[in-house]
Design a protein around this ligand. Structure first.
Ligand SMILES: [Zn+2]
Length: 271
């Protein structure tokens, strides 16, 4: 048993209001374990979000349809070591049946099961959305536009909430990378017909916490249960992060040996 106090749904509602998220379209990156004991568990937590936010979204990324690059398609500066074999089940991608990677946590798996939830048809950066605009946010999701759902949210006054996770989990910052001139990486996935096709995907976010000092004034901060939340409007966050990445392209390099950070910070794949 956990020693954390039980948070009531009424208290969660007050906390969500204090964060300025009531009535907003919000992408939640949730480490539910950090939220602690909540009345009704994850279902109680989700019931508060869907009652108070018209749109609730979350990353539902999957990697089970990816496959090793074809021998005749090896773009340079692609954050990829072509000498390594990609070990993947390469299951033909179908958004109706694709699993959500366990590293995404329990939240998107619960969200996608709600009536009216939608899932986007990108075989890597797939998004789950529920509520108002869910279909417009997720459909279509072309394989060469990994950040299209995030662009829709940004254009429609969406916010991001990091619940018990850091900036490394903030997918909006990958859109900021693209705005700063970094091309998304190229990977390969198997489509529903069993054909191998290129897919454009986000890079490495492990170094994003280095943006925290410069960006922190944009975030509302407060608790949700036992978790600390950082919440910000995408319309402000994405341009500010893109500006910063343009000025300091190597700020978010996570380690000298990270191929994705090496190639992403110098512009991404040459095609
Ligand atoms: Zn990295």
């Amino acid at each position: 048993m956990s020693d954390l106090p039980l948070t009531s749904l009424a208290e969660l509602e007050r906390q969500l209001a204090a964060l300025g998220l009531v009535g907003r379209r919000v992408v939640f990156h949730t480490a539910f374990r950090a939220v602690g004991e909540v009345e009704g568990g994850i279902d109680g937590y989700l019931s508060v979000l869907t009652r108070l936010c018209p749109t609730v979204a979350a990353p539902g990324f999957t990697f089970e349809s990816t496959i090793h690059p074809p021998d005749d398609d090896h773009p340079e500066r692609n954050g990829f070591d072509y000498a390594k074999r990609w070990v993947s089940p390469a299951i033909p991608f179908d958004p109706r049946t694709a699993s959500i990677d366990p590293r995404m946590g329990v939240f998107p798996r619960k969200l996608v099961a709600l009536p009216g939830a939608e899932r986007s048809g990108h075989p890597w950066n797939s998004w789950v959305a529920w509520g108002e605009g869910a279909e417009a946010m997720t459909q279509p999701h072309p394989w060469d536009q990994p950040h299209r759902p995030m662009e829709w949210l940004e254009a429609n006054d969406g916010w991001v909430a990091l619940v018990g996770v850091g900036l490394e989990s903030c997918s909006a910052l990958h859109l900021a990378e693209q705005r700063a001139g970094r091309r998304p990486f190229i990977r390969w996935a198997v489509d529903r017909e069993g054909k191998t096709r290129r897919v454009h995907v986000a890079g490495c976010g492990n170094g994003f916490p280095a943006l925290g000092e410069d960006l922190q004034s944009l975030f509302h901060k407060g608790p949700l249960g036992a978790a600390t939340v950082w919440a910000a409007p995408l319309r402000e966050l994405i341009p500010a992060a893109a500006r910063l990445l343009g000025e300091k392209p190597f700020l978010t390099v996570c380690s000298p040996t990270c191929l994705k950070c090496r190639d992403g910070s110098t512009g991404g794949p040459r095609d």
